[in-house]
Design a protein around this ligand. Structure first.
Ligand SMILES: Nc1ncnc2c1ncn2[C@@H]1O[C@H](COP(=O)(O)OP(=O)(O)OP(=O)(O)O)[C@@H](O)[C@H]1O
Ligand SMILES: [Mg+2]
Length: 502
């Protein structure tokens, strides 16, 4: 096959959900040996297009052809047999099976007569992990893995199958910079082998680093397919959102008040130790560091999900004990977790139920849910956060990834928290609404709330925070006031000192 024949041809692909058109007449050619980015705002239709190609959804209209041959991709299994693999935005592994079982699932178990070839499975799984350069215990169940590691397993699984077309839907969001590099090396190797990769991401730098061509979606329409080198960032943003992005200036200096959260010597064996810091009213304190440095563990301890074993916590100067999240909520804490699939979303419940889930007292005084009130609160959030949806009563699982994220943030804002812990709040949020998000977080601080912001994105920490704490390997390694913070000094404090530092 010459390199001019597209591997996959999409013509006039349209998709409706319950009468609402979310993709309209999309034409797209994917060539062998290219890495092709899909860009667009939250809800633009990227994941939907990916799922159609991977047999998860059927198009309402339009055709797909593989190497010029028109066909129907009726299920993910059919797609897999055709050499098309989708790595989902939300990992869908089997949490109770081991990593090794997840890796080889669907390939070795075909023959019910044969015994499961365990030795072979383990060996192959180990080889895959070595190739990816990650050290994950392949005998452990998936459940205990961090999302970054789960993602790596998903990627390994795609690589293990002999796929010609690999679609990665926001694969880098939970990865450390090193893991991203590893992934990109692998992607380049696959491209050299003539395979096709579709890469979905909200990070333009990554797209520039790895992709050959980009396709931009807006409101379910394809608005452009170009070589990445032919477009400037401004071109891309204009095509994506049809207006220049609002620049976040930075918060009006909020009145910095009394200490709201005072943490001393917090420790949890194996996770973090000797963590001491203050967050004052009106202050946004950043918590930087690499994925896996223990930042999320500290947040979970503060919120009572997995409490610390040593140290003290004081709120507004009073010592408190937080055994579980209900203690934390009663004390005025809110926690927006990074891993919405596990800790945030009730995916079969409606958007409005999800938004109001943390305020039963407000919507159901005396135990009876006041539907109208619930709906008012939810529709205000939808407007404030420009959440894109068909209806408030649709299951939240039907929303695009970024819009689910916004709904979970809305849930916690309704609790009127005094202390707000945000863990990677803008992961998966498009550039168009990031500035609005920052504006909102700034406003919350101005209103006198104390905010602890965990983020792996340095520019985000630098624009938003009054002070930046940095963690590395379970310990605080730096505390940098805004005026002195730079990408370099934050990075430096984040890189582990032990072992081979970069
Ligand atoms: N199963 C479904 N039922 C109803 N609507 C759906 C379903 N899946 C997706 N949609 C809608 O289709 C639109 C496009 O969603 P899609 O997930 O493709 O967006 P996306 O571009 O991937 O966004 P993001 O960047 O947030 O991940 C959204 O408005 C979404 O709510
Ligand atoms: Mg998506």
């Amino acid at each position: 096959m010459d390199n001019q024949t597209p591997l996959l041809t999409a013509r006039g692909i349209s998709k409706q959900f319950a009468g609402v058109e979310v993709l309209s007449d999309v034409d797209l050619d994917l060539m062998p040996g290219e890495i092709h980015a899909l860009l667009g705002e939250n809800g633009a239709g990227k994941s939907t297009f990916a799922k159609i190609v991977a047999g998860v959804h059927q198009p309402t209209r339009g055709t797909l052809a593989l190497r010029g041959e028109t066909l129907e991709i009726r299920s993910p299994l059919v797609a897999q047999n055709l050499g098309i693999v989708l790595i989902h935005q939300e990992p869908i592994s089997f949490p109770d099976l081991s990593v090794a079982e997840n890796l080889v699932l669907g390939r070795k178990s075909g023959n019910w007569l044969s015994r499961v070839p365990w030795a072979e499975i383990m060996q192959e799984a180990r080889a895959l992990m070595d190739m990816l350069g990650v050290s994950i215990d392949i005998a452990a169940p998936m459940r205990g893995l961090s999302i970054a590691d789960q993602q790596m397993v998903e990627i390994a699984r795609a690589l293990a199958s002999d796929a010609r077309l690999i679609i990665m839907d926001e694969p880098t969001a939970p990865l450390t910079p090193r893991e991203v590099e590893t992934l990109f090396d692998i992607a380049r190797r696959l491209r050299e082998e003539g395979r096709t990769i579709v890469f979905i991401s909200h990070r333009l730098e990554e797209v520039r680093q790895i992709c050959d061509r980009v396709t931009i979606f807006r409101d379910g329409n394809k608005v452009a397919t170009e070589k990445i080198d032919d477009l400037t960032d401004d071109d891309i943003i204009r095509l994506m959102i049809g207006r220049p992005v609002q620049k976040y200036m930075h918060k009006h200096r909020a009145e910095i008040g009394e200490a709201a959260l005072d943490v001393k010597g917090l420790g949890l064996p194996g996770k973090f130790e000797d963590i001491s810091f203050l967050v004052r009213r009106g202050e946004i304190v950043g918590l930087g560091g690499l994925v896996g440095a223990g930042r999320t563990d500290v947040a979970r301890a503060l919120f009572g999900v997995a409490p610390a074993q040593s140290g003290t916590i004081a709120i507004d100067g009073k010592p408190v004990t937080i055994h579980d999240p209900s203690d934390a909520i009663a004390l005025g804490l809110a926690f927006v977790p990074e891993d919405r699939a596990v800790a945030g979303i009730f995916s079969t419940l409606s958007v409005e139920q999800n938004i109001t889930a943390a305020i039963p007292g407000k919507i159901a005084p005396g135990g009876f849910i006041q539907r109208a009130h619930e709906r008012d609160l939810a529709s205000k959030s939808v407007k404030d956060l420009s959440i894109r949806l068909a209806s408030l009563s649709q299951p939240i699982g039907e929303l695009s990834g970024g819009n689910q994220q916004k709904a979970i943030l809305a849930r916690w804002l309704h609790t009127d928290p005094e202390i707000l812990i945000l863990d990677e709040p803008t992961r998966g949020i498009d550039i168009g609404v990031k500035a609005e998000f920052y504006e909102m977080i700034g406003q919350l601080a101005e209103d006198g709330r104390a905010i602890l912001l965990i983020s792996s994105e340095l520019p985000e920490l630098l624009t938003l925070c009054d002070r930046i704490l940095v963690m590395s390997e379970g310990r605080l390694t730096a505390e940098i006031p805004r005026a002195e913070a730079t990408q370099e000094n934050v990075m430096q404090a984040a890189v582990p000192r032990t072992g081979a530092a970069a």
